[in-house]
Design a protein around this ligand. Structure first.
Ligand code: FAD
Length: 488
């Protein structure tokens, strides 16, 4: 097929559940591509000589190669190609903000719609899982080296996957009763079915990764104790699970829940399957979610499914909403209402200490602030009250300080994140590496996985040679190459 014909093919929509039905259930919203749709979408790829899409991927997936395999109908091979770079393709295919990453660099997107790389990634990974033909790579002989990983989120799981394939003994310590990090406790079932995370975790277990759940490092054992007890290196991937609050009066009333608590009850503790599971769901009439990131969308959509009227209050405008475009679209389709340029100033309660309303101010956008986004400025005298019985501040998360508090020589930044060498991800403590949200602050699944890959490479070098060399940056490499050329 020539380029002209490829360009004529429209981007293939992904079939999904009717919004009127899905707002009452927890089943996954999109059904995924059929084989036919996937092949047609793959045919849109122009096979660029210099595939710019790859520069937008933090884990360097060989995007044109896996898409080519789908076009040829080699779906399993496409999944295997993905897995060379990405331990969790069925996850990233669902939750990555592709429109800001690989798809934002697709040449087709300049004048029209980018190739649906995320949907194709999801298709290939699902095909492999459903076919049962999950291929285990051949492992090298054991190196005799042992690495402890703290936290079984995307960062920790990626480090585990990369290091076990190099012949090291890997043991993960996870505080919660199920591995997966935010993938199991934060992101709801209707966006990422937990069966998918479980399949990815099982793949690692089959490779020989040992996972201890209900194990809080810093309480059960410290980092120093792990190093003394036979581990050659430690990776800290404990994420950013400490919720931030608004700091306004009334925030400790009954009926104010951090997004993490609200979502954890529903997802990890399975309140949505009550009474089959013992966690009682939080039933409300009107829920106000404050914020407009992915976490806010997940909370607002969960509230809807629990039978409430669900309103998002956000102090900036639609253009500044940080959530994935698809999540905002799905939330609105399902009936979540957006109150933009609105900022809460007080939560109001009754004599029993229960939430009855929230007082807000209208905002307008002023000059850009340090983040480059226009600063919201309150409009004087615009106060108004919205009646509600539940408020979910969803303003972001910070790292939990437990590990730095129990590891004296581990340096932190003023934001409470771990201070690491940006190239090697080595911390201030010899042999201890870190990556993901604990280093960057709350970010994305794929950036945590990218960090996991960098840390795994450093840990491998460290356990094999006792040192970690800084890799020359791309520009330095290029300069070096230019020098070589001019010498010749
Ligand atoms: P985490 O996923 O937080 O995992 C850390 C793990 O460490 C947890 O399992 C925790 O229990 C464990 N742990 C913590 N302390 C200890 C300890 N002391 N001992 C043992 N274990 C410990 N990103 C996207 O790209 N797309 C999305 O759509 C998206 N949606 C999101 C929705 C929600 C509700 C949330 C909260 C986040 C979302 N994110 C999304 C962000 C993304 O999930 C995170 O950036 C990513 O999970 C970070 O990975 P991590 O491995 O660093 O940490």
């Amino acid at each position: 097929m020539d380029v002209k014909e490829r360009k004529k093919i429209p981007r293939q929509a992904m079939p999904e559940q009717d919004p009127r039905r899905r707002r009452h259930n927890y089943e996954e919203v999109p059904y995924g591509y059929t084989e036919e749709l996937a092949v047609t979408e793959a045919q849109r790829c122009l096979k660029c000589k210099k595939p710019t899409c790859m520069t937008g991927c933090p884990v360097n997936i060989r995007i044109p190669d896996f898409i080519q395999l789908i076009e040829e109908g080699k779906f399993i091979e496409a999944a295997w190609k993905l897995k060379e770079q990405n331990t969790l393709p069925a996850v990233t295919g669902r939750v990555c903000p592709q429109e800001a990453q690989c798809e934002s660099k697709c040449i087709l997107g300049k004048k029209g719609e980018a190739v649906a790389i995320g949907r194709l990634e999801r298709f290939a990974a699902d095909y492999e899982r459903k076919s049962g033909q999950v291929k285990l790579p051949e492992l090298p002989p054991p190196t005799g080296k042992k690495v402890a990983i703290i936290g079984a989120g995307p960062a920790g799981l990626t480090v585990a996957g990369d290091l076990v394939k190099l012949g090291h003994k890997i043991v993960i310590f996870e505080a919660l009763h199920e591995p997966g990090g935010v993938l199991v406790y934060g992101i709801p079932e209707f966006r990422l079915p937990k069966e998918i995370v479980r399949a990815e975790v099982n793949y690692l277990k089959r490779l020989g990764v040992e996972i201890h759940t209900d194990y809080v490092v810093g309480k059960a054992k410290t980092v120093d104790e792990l190093l003394k007890n036979g581990y050659d290196s430690v990776f800290i991937g404990t994420g950013a699970g400490l919720p931030m609050f608004m700091g306004i009066p009334g925030e400790n009333l009954v009926g104010v829940y951090s997004a993490n608590e609200y979502l954890t009850r529903s997802n990890l503790m399975k309140a949505f399957r009550f009474p089959e599971y013992g966690t009682t769901p939080i039933r409300s009439k009107r829920v106000i979610t404050v914020g407009a990131g992915n976490v806010a969308m997940d909370s607002a959509r969960t509230a809807l499914r629990l039978g409430a009227e669900s309103i998002i209050v956000y102090r900036r405008s639609r253009d500044e909403m940080p959530a994935r475009a698809e999540e905002i679209h799905h939330a609105e389709q399902e009936g979540v209402k957006l109150m933009l340029l609105t900022n809460p100033v007080r939560v109001i309660g009754n004599e029993d200490g229960r939430v009855t309303a929230i007082e807000c101010l209208k905002m307008e956008l002023g000059e850009p602030d340090a983040s480059g986004r226009r600063r919201p400025v309150p409009i004087k005298g615009s106060e108004f009250i919205i009646e509600c019985d539940t408020v979910i501040p969803s303003l972001g998360n910070r790292p939990n300080p437990l590990i730095p508090m129990t590891t004296p020589d581990l340096k932190t930044t003023r934001w409470g994140t771990l201070d690491c060498d940006p190239d090697t991800l080595e911390t201030s403590k010899k042999g201890v590496f870190a990556g993901g949200d604990i280093v960057t602050g709350a970010a994305t699944v794929i950036s945590a996985m990218g960090a996991g890959k960098t840390a795994a490479a450093s840990i491998h070098e460290y356990v094999m040679t006792g040192k970690v060399t800084k890799k020359p940056k791309k520009e330095e490499k290029k300069e070096g190459a230019e020098e070589e050329k001019s010498k010749k």
